[in-house]
Write a protein that binds this ligand. Structure first.
Ligand code: THU
Length: 134
């Protein structure tokens, strides 16, 4: 259960991350902040490339950064865009790998939470690790 303070801090961290985005092509800056079960926050921002498909989304940068630091379990992720856009399908899938119960806070650039859901809510019927365990 996230406290009000944790929610505020996570959205503020995602706003900070949005400022780190490198998105000269789309000009759609995205910031993400991922709160691990250990209470640490990992930032991500979208990083685009002149070879367009080689860019990567904010959420995946945050997840990969956390995983490389040894994290595998997450409480919540906040995503900030100018219009409160929701995570793309690939990011939903990558988040689902590490838990369907992760809370997702979707906010606009002013930090207003437009939608609060979970990874399961964003990706019903997810294909995941359990499909491959035998
Ligand atoms: N983007 C993200 O960072 N996260 C999403 O979930 C949706 C899209 C980025 C990718 C690209 O740099 C820009 O937003 C426009 O698609």
């Amino acid at each position: 259960m996230l406290t009000k303070e944790q929610r505020t801090q996570l959205v503020e961290a995602a706003q900070k991350a949005q400022g780190l985005a490198y998105a000269p092509y789309s000009k759609y800056n995205v910031g993400a902040a991922l709160l691990s079960a250990n209470g640490k926050t990992y930032l991500g921002a979208n990083i685009e490339n002149a070879a367009y498909p080689d860019g990567i989304c904010a959420e995946r940068v945050a997840v990969f950064q956390a995983v490389i630091e040894g994290e595998r379990q997450f409480q919540a992720v906040a995503v900030v865009t100018k219009d409160g856009g929701t995570p793309c399908g690939s990011c939903r899938q990558v988040l689902a790998e590490f838990g369907l119960d992760t809370v997702v806070l979707i906010a606009n650039a002013a930090g207003q939470v437009k939608q609060e859901t979970t990874v399961a809510g964003l990706l019903p019927g997810a294909f995941g690790p359990s499909n491959l365990s035998n």
